[in-house]
Write a protein that binds this ligand. Sequence first.
Ligand SMILES: NC(=O)c1ccc[n+]([C@@H]2O[C@H](COP(=O)([O-])OP(=O)(O)OC[C@H]3O[C@@H](n4cnc5c(N)ncnc54)[C@H](O)[C@@H]3O)[C@@H](O)[C@H]2O)c1
Length: 340
Amino acid sequence: MKENRVAILGYGGIARSHKSGYIRLQEEGAPVKLVALCDIDETQFTKTVTINTGETSSEDLSAYHLYTDFDEMLAKEEFDTVDICLPTFLHKEYTIRALRAGKNVQCEKPMSLSSADCAEMIAAAEESGKKLMIGQCLRFDGGYVALKEYLDSGKAGKVLSVRCERYSAMPRWAFEGWFHDYSRSGGEMHDMSIHDYDMIRFLFGEPKRVSAFGVDHEMKEQVSHAVMQYEDGMLVSVGGSWGESSTFPFTFGIHVTAENATVIWKNKMTAPRVYPNEGEPYDLPCTLVNYMAEQAHYFARVIAGEIENTTNPPESAMQTVVLVEKLKESAAKGGAIIEI
Ligand SMILES: NC(=O)c1ccc[n+]([C@@H]2O[C@H](COP(=O)([O-])OP(=O)(O)OC[C@H]3O[C@@H](n4cnc5c(N)ncnc54)[C@H](O)[C@@H]3O)[C@@H](O)[C@H]2O)c1
């Protein structure tokens, strides 16, 4: 397989996790190589940043070419793929610029601030003939992958209800405090709960009707409760929060209630745990991989033409943004039920 040479654009909080993923891939001998980093703020190259999931990274960037201007990087660097780790309000602009410059694009989630933007990004990918993938990284997380395999196997029987949670303090590390500006980040539902909305679609497809409520405090919809109902009556709830105290650890979880078993997957667990109606509880077979590495490796194989992108196509990431729009519409109407 041809080597995929990658340049990261935006070297803030999440880019450090991406860099760790690329280091891991190189150690494993995968044909993926991080060659350059670009950030308009050169102090980012010497800083350690801690994000809500607690990851930090000290900086030895001597292996990479560093840029503070995207056009200069495009002109001077030889590479195949831009890994966009910019604030969300810049995703559309830079994705389209990179595609038009002949680069493949892996862009962080959320795909963009509106589904109309997402459609433009997909059209630009089609016009350019280059590949686009959005970083809905939980689709590559070993725990969720094991859960999906188990539910798809039918062993759990009919799923009656799913409850998801994702809680953190307000993200405070970012560029110009952009997370706090609803018009730039879309708020907590658009930025963080989107992981659960996307995972629910990945596991179960589209809901039939939705309703959501938000609590406006330091920012609009800082805390949210969303409910989705499926055609067969299955109910899903997602609780999201950027309202936790600064000392409260980042928390996520999914709890599945099915005919034959209850299954849970939460932070601090090493595998999803099945509590069957018959027999003893057990852990699902699960390898906890570095999901940023898995995601980047998967995209390299898509670019090389080795596989079709069936796990995480950009059209699906766009549909997740459509779902966020429906949930926000409901929240704006005081929890009104919105048919999908
Ligand atoms: N997958 C995940 O779990 C996850 C977690 C956190 C953030 N994210 C997403 O990743 C994206 C980035 O978030 P973050 O927390 O890293 O933000 P951040 O503010 O920490 O990092 C963004 C970086 O982009 C740089 N930048 C801004 N404008 C630029 C430009 N024009 N050219 C080059 N650099 C520029 C900033 O200086 C900053 O270093 C967001 O879309 C966010 O939603 C994803």
